[in-house]
Design a protein. Structure first.
Length: 187
């Protein structure tokens, strides 16, 4: 039987800040494999000499890998927190009479620089109204602050867009078809 004070298990290494890839790259094969005396399991327990583990932990390569791993874990925690905030945030859509919504949608469209013939095509007004309401709800985009690149920003943006369009569709049922169309297009 091995002396547990001179060996560290894989679970013990994780507790010391090691990831699975760090163990594979820096320690390689386990020094001893055996059965866990505390519980019955078919899988052998991999044990690493504590002295070897401590020697690797003193190297600059370990410090760089540990820093990178902790940054990845922090980014994952940040991603989860933002997704939870996006899910929990109540979306309040401004409720406007139909004529006022149309007026604001046309004005918003003109402020964006879109000029065209005097008449409005059949589906254009619906698109403009959804566009105006989405713009009116852009304050919710601040929920995404703190997410960059591959740390889940695209996933959070999709979730927020979906929630905003669902809220618009719930507030204005005649715009639901356009909201669904935009959710499909903006995946």
């Amino acid at each position: 039987m091995t002396d547990r004070t001179t060996y560290v298990s894989l679970a013990g290494l994780r507790g010391r800040g090691w990831s699975n890839s760090m163990v594979d790259e820096m320690l390689g094969q386990a020094d001893v494999q055996g059965r866990d005396p505390r519980r019955w399991s078919l899988a052998p327990v991999r044990l690493y000499l504590l002295a070897r583990v401590e020697a690797v932990e003193r190297t600059p390569e370990f410090a760089a890998s540990a820093t990178s791993a902790s940054r990845g874990a922090a980014a994952e925690r940040r991603r989860r927190a933002v997704l939870a905030a996006v899910r929990a945030e109540p979306i309040e859509v401004p409720r406007l009479p139909a004529a006022e919504l149309e007026r604001r949608a046309v004005r918003h469209r003109h402020l964006l620089g879109a000029r065209g013939p005097g008449g409005v095509a059949a589906g254009a007004m619906v698109r403009w109204q959804v566009g105006y309401l989405r713009h009116a709800l852009s304050r919710y985009d601040t929920l995404l602050d703190g997410l960059y690149g591959a740390t889940g920003r695209a996933e959070a943006e999709r979730l927020l867009r979906r929630r905003l369009y669902e809220a618009i569709a719930a507030a204005y049922p005649h715009l639901a078809h356009e909201c669904r169309r935009r959710m499909e297009v903006e995946r």
